[in-house]
Design a binder for this molecule. Structure first.
Ligand SMILES: *Cc1c(COP(=O)(O)O)cnc(C)c1O
Length: 481
């Protein structure tokens, strides 16, 4: 049977788009109806107090069964469509040369435009391959703000990350619409200081996660492309949320209202040289990722290295069915009505919190609302981890699981050993794709407001266990008496 025709009839997809864009002028209502549900469990306050204590006040260490609304992450938490589930049944689980690999390769070529594809088990698997191939000890890797796993792989490969995002991104109250932009002046300063030969590539992230889900503009990317071609520096995209970035360009940037998300995605990728991808975000799957590029020599190295770290180059740590679901997920992710609902829901939550006087990062981003813990708990010093404390408090309040994106996530400066004390001290309320309803968002607003009302009584935390790498995942805390 022809997988393309059964699961992914692109003609049908196109008809769906045409029918729903009319409705979307009025509403962001979900462009789907619900076929399967998963029951939620509500806990008591006493149960949650015990659960967070046992978890060392780290939401990453709480158990899913103790959570009511799970806003920990949008990573791998999407609800798959009936077509994706149907694709799971078409998994070709051969060790070598799975049909699903060739299908995925064709879809990545078509939608992202890169010639060569190496699947990986998730995004960091691709980051590991790329960092090992492109970075030499002593290199500097500029990026539009760091991402935790990305920077760690750069450092493990002997490189130093250098932040070249625009200043606006570090100011949670600044409403600049493209806070993901690269400051080309900052980039040039680095290149002048260390020399272009010490800059193996620039790492460009779409909808910058750590800045609050903020997009770069096409204008900025075009200027970056010109600069990087002049200095012979490749642009490697962190494509994890680039389809959502394309939606913002469609919505906000002059000249792009008439272009489809799909066209904008291709335009972005065509200005870059390759990418790492966590398919657990944009691509609507529970697991998966890839490395893709246009340089055959780099591809050959990635194809070889993936065998060491992930699996054969036609599965890279994934089952055939996972690659099939990913291929279909990419098709669904570029649909305008999907992004309108996805981002519309996040905007809905954000606007309600703003109206209630909750300090959040502006403008509202794509995948999450970021509460500004410095303004929410101004009496808690940053080394007493206000965002970590607030995330724990929100969980105790109503069973809503969020995560810290501040001093704990930023880790220690490798030179001084001190906490990095980043400008942004945030609690992330991350919205899984196609999972929760508007009523759930209303519950979240009420819970945040209740905690806000008693904010003066909330104290900080001290870290009592600190792992060596990515400490935010496993660190343990105790309340400061
Ligand atoms: C999630 C994420 C990654 C890492 O991907 P995993 O699939 O979690 O390994 C890399 N970059 C960004 C921007 C991400 O959000």
């Amino acid at each position: 049977m022809d997988i393309e025709n059964v699961i992914c009839d692109s003609r049908t997809n196109r008809e769906i788009i045409m029918n729903t864009t009319k409705t979307n002028k009025r509403t962001w209502a979900e462009p789907y109806k619900i076929k399967v549900v998963e029951l939620l469990k509500m806990t008591t306050r006493e149960e949650r107090e015990q659960a967070i204590r046992e978890a060392g006040y780290n939401t990453f260490l709480t158990r899913s069964k103790d959570v009511y609304i799970d806003l920990l992450t949008d990573s791998g938490t999407a609800a798959m469509s009936d077509r994706q589930w149907a694709g799971m049944m078409l998994g070709d689980e051969a060790y070598a040369g799975s049909e699903n690999f060739y299908h995925l390769e064709a879809v990545v070529r078509e939608y992202y435009g890169y010639e060569y594809l190496v699947p990986t088990h998730q995004g960091r698997g691709a980051e590991n391959l790329m960092s090992r191939i492109l970075i030499k000890s002593g290199d500097h890797i500029p990026g539009n703000m760091y991402f935790t796993t990305t920077r760690l792989h750069q450092e493990l490969a002997g490189g130093t990350f250098v932040d070249v995002i625009v200043d606006e991104a570090h100011d949670p109250e600044n409403t600049f619409p493209f806070k993901g932009n690269v400051d080309i002046g900052k980039l040039d300063k680095l290149v002048q200081r260390v020399g272009a030969d010490k800059v193996p590539y620039i790492s460009l992230e779409g909808n910058v996660n750590m800045a609050g889900g903020q997009p770069f503009s096409m204008e900025n990317l075009k200027a970056l492309h010109v600069y990087c071609r002049e200095h012979d520096i490749p642009i490697m995209l962190d494509a994890t949320r680039t389809i959502e970035n394309a939606w913002f360009i469609h919505e906000r940037e002059d000249g792009y209202a008439e272009k489809s998300v799909r066209q904008i995605l291709r335009e972005i990728c065509d200005l870059t040289d390759g990418c790492t991808m966590s398919a657990k975000k944009d691509a609507l799957v529970n697991i998966g990722g890839f490395f893709a590029c246009n340089d055959e020599a780099v591809y050959r190295q990635a194809q070889n290295l993936v065998v060491v770290y992930e699996g054969l180059h036609t599965y890279g740590g994934l089952a055939g069915r996972d690659m099939e679901a990913m291929a279909q997920g990419i098709r669904e992710a570029v649909m305008e009505e999907h992004q309108a609902a996805r981002i519309g829901q996040v905007q809905y939550l954000g606007e309600k919190l703003i109206a209630a006087g909750i300090p959040i990062v502006m403008p509202i981003g794509s995948h999450a609302i970021f509460i500004d813990a410095k303004r929410f708990l101004p009496h808690v010093d940053q080394d007493d981890y206000p965002a970590q404390a607030l995330a724990a408090e929100l969980y105790v309040e109503s069973g809503i699981r969020t995560m810290e994106r501040g001093n704990v996530s930023a880790g220690r400066d490798p030179v001084t050993g001190n906490n990095r004390r980043p400008p942004l001290e945030l609690v992330r309320l991350t919205i899984p794709r196609r999972v929760y309803t508007q009523a759930h968002m209303d519950v979240v607003v009420d819970s945040v407001c209740d905690v806000h009302q008693r904010r003066d009584s909330i104290g900080g935390l001290k870290m009592v266990y600190e792992p060596d790498y990515l400490r935010f995942f496993q660190a343990r805390f105790e309340p400061i008496a």
